[in-house]
Structure formats: structure tokens, C-alpha cells
Design a protein around this ligand. Structure first.
Ligand code: ZN
Length: 166
């Protein structure tokens, strides 16, 4: 399977709002398969279409990185969130960067699956956190925007290295 190149910070594509998927056709299915393979190869547990340069509201989430356990979220919407929790996060678009990010503890989302059916997913552990991180990507928001000034400072070398690579 052809893996997709991962878009990294500070590429401006990461700040764009992605377009809703109108129809789940062969092209969409093929891209989703490639996204799952790309995420697993990179040892990630989440990957949004924005991160592979695809303008689509699609994200792959998983809490263990096993291909069979991945959820393909098409046009996901947050229904409800509750609680608040800080947890360390990384991002495939920010290699070498990690920070404690405060997010809701639990989330319920609605999404369309690859089979065209509508689903509800509710989780207050790693998978829910992953959904929140990836849905942010579809709105052009990266975890950099949610970092505390102290975390930005702690990651300044890794961020600078990425900025200089661009
Ligand atoms: Zn990310």
C-alpha cells in the first residue's frame, strides 16, 4: 500500500478548515485505507486528513494502533463533552514535540463510517482524547494552540528545528 507523506508543522495546510465529505466513493475508501496504513507505520494512534494534505473531514483514531481496531471517522461532530483532564500528547505533524494538554475528559461524537452508516462513539479514556485531538485538526487547530507558555518553552528547540526545516 502506498503510504502518504505526513504534513508537518509549520505547513499552513495544518491551519485550514477541512471540507465535509459529500460521498463515500472508491477514492475516499482508498484514501482512508492509505491513512490507516500511514498512521500504523508511523506508530500513531490518530491521523487527520489535514495531516496528509487531504482537504476532507476524515480522521483515523485508535487507542492501540492496531489496524483492525482503527475507527475511520467521516464528517465527525462533537455532540457533548464533560469533565477536564490534562494528559501528555504528541502529534505526527510535530515530531519530537510532546506536551500536557488539557481537554474535556469525556466526549460523545457522531460520525459516518466507511459503510455510509451513522455511528455514535462515546469514550472518556484515550480514544476520546484522540477524537478531540483529531477533530481539532479538521478545524485547522493543532495542539500547539492549546499548549501552556511553559510547554511551548520546553519544546522550543524541537519547534525551532521544524521551523528551520521548512
Ligand atoms: Zn495531531
Amino acid at each position: 500500500m502506498d503510504l502518504l507523506p505526513i504534513v508537518t508543522y509549520p505547513d499552513p495546510f495544518l491551519r485550514r478548515t477541512m471540507k465535509a465529505v459529500e460521498a463515500i466513493d472508491d477514492e475516499v475508501r482508498a484514501m482512508c485505507d492509505r491513512m490507516v496504513a500511514t498512521m500504523v507505520e508511523a506508530n500513531g494512534i490518530g491521523l487527520a486528513a489535514a495531516q496528509v494534505g487531504w482537504d476532507a473531514r476524515v480522521a483515523i483514531v485508535s487507542d492501540n494502533g492496531v489496524p483492525e481496531d482503527c475507527f475511520v471517522l467521516i464528517n465527525p461532530e462533537i455532540d457533548e463533552t464533560w469533565g477536564s483532564e490534562a494528559m501528555e500528547e504528541g502529534c505526527l505533524s510535530f515530531p519530537g514535540v510532546a506536551a500536557m494538554i488539557t481537554r474535556p475528559q469525556g466526549v460523545r461524537i457522531r460520525f459516518t463510517g466507511l459503510d455510509g452508516q451513522d455511528y455514535v462513539l462515546e469514550d472518556d479514556e484515550l480514544l476520546g482524547r484522540c477524537c478531540l485531538h483529531e477533530i481539532d485538526h479538521l478545524d485547522g487547530v493543532t495542539f500547539l494552540r492549546k499548549m501552556t507558555p511553559a510547554d511551548k518553552l520546553a519544546n522550543r528547540r524541537a519547534l525551532k528545528r521544524l521551523e528551520e526545516r521548512e
